[in-house]
Design a protein around this ligand. Structure first.
Ligand SMILES: Cc1cc2nc3c(=O)[nH]c(=O)nc-3n(C[C@H](O)[C@H](O)[C@H](O)COP(=O)(O)OP(=O)(O)OC[C@H]3O[C@@H](n4cnc5c(N)ncnc54)[C@H](O)[C@@H]3O)c2cc1C
Ligand code: SF4
Length: 496
């Protein structure tokens, strides 16, 4: 650590966001460009080098956080980039998108604001690209073994990069026309501009990974045929089977799933469409679901020029601080009030006709949707619920709604492509692909990683799964492996 008193003398300072009025008029990332680098070495100095770094334990990748905090505080960017890439294939993704469970576990966070670990990670990753510290690393020799990776989200990309780098010939099959999974067509530009994704994909191409886009395995190419052509197969198809809202009016026009809405907006940004057929422009929007997917819909609807936007959360308004009994340090507190960039924007612009906080109504349960004579949704009826989700008398309320977005989460892999059935894969009771402790499915030579096996999760877990499944596949193909295994398939976040 550069300054042993840094944590006492330097207050926490985050990468500043651009003013709300400015950023909602474009789709660029919300942060002030160039404003992170000048502050980050002092912030890294706040790391206490505490001896037992719970941040490292809380990060599913096992990122070597105290080590790179020290290197950044000394401005040794090359060494910091090496230490960061030793555990994370894509730190510019997690540096922007991770909810940072590491910061919840930071020892300094016991009685002070945590070190801005995620910002440090992002600064190292961006600096590494600027300085050329992240060149392609093609293998020195080829193994002669072939691997098909199905799905190009963070899990598939991490698995493919690890396997390519140790010499296997890897082809990534992707249903969409461009690789990236949810980072391409789910997550909006204002959270991560797509050029970060393009740059990594170019690096992977230069290393020798092949991409077969617009190819649905199970439909365009049979899953069994694919298996017979490759020495091993990794299924990293995500968990896209969405939850439904079983209320009267669900079938009205204007009621859509978040993952029907967000990809269209992303396609406009990619230049595929002039405007989104589901654009929120001029419409009263209600988003049902209080999670991150709902927040992404919120930020998108605001930028599209919605007349009003409200987000409904079934849970009660959480407190500002973690509940030390149920979610004590160093666990990641789920039930704590967080103001995402999208919520800050919606709050400042007062997008919701009525709200408990920013644009959100808490403890809100949807009773029904009403439509006009043409069958288009026009209003949403809700009621406040108690902790056991029982309606509270006299709390009924009606909101104007001509675009309703369902962001209720996902139950497991989408089965419509036939992939699971064609291979005869066993599923676990949660509806995800069953795996043994080595990420292997019941079909020899077929492995599963990411949300397809874990269930709906996070990018950091998907990258960790991709790295771990690569080690398992490498071992299967060669009898041993030097690749790291940061997590097992049954590992879960720290909990009490
Ligand atoms: C809207 C939204 C926002 C999110 N925001 C965040 C965030 O900010 N931070 C965070 O950490 N996490 C976030 N998440 C969660 C995160 O994106 C996922 O946990 C992560 O992407 C899972 O990675 P994956 O590789 O397992 O699957 P995915 O990213 O879902 O990728 C799976 C890929 O497989 C392809 N595929 C599926 N079936 C086939 C087939 N039969 N043939 C060929 N290809 C196929 C799909 O097209 C897709 O490209 C978000 C999720 C959503 C829905
Ligand atoms: S990947 Fe996430 S948990 Fe790990 S160091 Fe980065 S921000 Fe923290």
């Amino acid at each position: 650590m550069g300054d042993p008193k840094g944590f006492m003398t330097t207050p926490r300072q985050e990468w500043p966001r651009r003013p709300v009025e400015e950023r909602v008029r474009d789709w660029n990332e919300v942060y002030v460009p160039g404003a992170l680098l000048p502050i980050i070495s002092k912030q890294a100095d706040r790391c206490m080098d505490c001896g037992i770094p719970f941040c490292h334990e809380a990060c599913p990748l096992g990122n070597l956080i105290p080590e790179w905090n020290d290197l950044v505080s000394r401005e040794d960017w090359r060494a910091a980039a090496d230490r960061l890439h030793a555990t994370n294939n894509f730190p510019e993704f997690t540096g922007r998108l991770c909810p940072a469970p590491c910061e919840a576990g930071c020892v300094l966070a016991i009685n002070q604001p945590a070190v801005t670990i995620k910002n440090v990670e992002c600064a190292i990753a961006d600096r590494a690209w600027e300085e050329g510290f992240a060149p392609p690393r093609p293998p020195e020799r080829l193994s002669g073994k072939t691997v098909a990776v199905i799905g190009s989200g963070p899990a598939g990309l991490a698995a493919a990069q690890q396997l390519t780098r140790v010499g296997h010939t890897v082809a990534v099959y992707e249903r969409d026309d461009r690789p990236g999974g949810l980072m391409r067509y789910g997550i909006p530009e204002f959270k991560m501009e797509k050029h970060h994704l393009e740059r990594r994909l170019e690096q992977m191409l230069d290393e020798g990974t092949k991409f077969r886009t617009s190819t649905v395995v199970g439909r365009d190419v049979g899953a069994a045929e694919l298996k017979s052509r490759y020495d091993a197969v990794v299924i990293a198809t995500g968990a896209r089977a969405w939850r439904e809202l079983p209320v009267p009016g669900r079938d009205l026009t204007g009621v859509h799933q978040a993952m029907e809405y967000l990809p269209l907006s992303n396609r406009v940004r990619q230049g595929d469409l002039e405007t989104s057929p589901l654009s929120a422009a001029g419409r009263h929007v209600v988003i049902i679901g209080g999670g991150d997917t709902g927040a992404d819909c919120l930020g998108t609807a605001v930028r599209e020029g919605a007349a009003s936007v409200t987000q409904l959360d079934i849970y009660a308004l959480p407190g500002a601080q973690r509940d030390e009994d149920t979610e004590p340090w160093p666990t990641y507190p789920v039930r704590v009030y967080r103001l995402s960039a999208a919520h800050e924007e919606a709050g400042d612009l007062r997008t919701a006709p009525v709200a408990d906080a920013d644009a959100r109504l808490f403890a809100a349960s949807t009773l029904r949707l009403d439509g006009d004579r043409e069958g288009h949704v026009r209003s949403l009826h809700l009621v406040e619920v108690d902790a056991r989700r029982r309606p509270v008398d006299g709390t009924g309320r009606t909101l104007p709604a001509d675009l309703v977005l369902l962001a209720l989460g996902f139950t497991g892999p989408d089965r419509e492509d036939g992939l699971v059935d064609q291979l005869g894969l066993d599923m676990d009771p949660r509806g995800t692909i069953a795996r043994d402790p080595g990420f292997a499915t019941n079909v020899p030579g077929v492995f599963a990683a990411g949300d397809a096996g874990r269930g709906q999760s996070l990018i950091v877990w998907a990258i960790a799964e991709g790295r771990a499944v690569a080690a398992a596949v490498d071992h299967h193909l060669t009898g041993s492996s030097r690749l790291p295994t940061p997590i097992g398939p049954y590992d879960r976040p720290m909990a009490v």
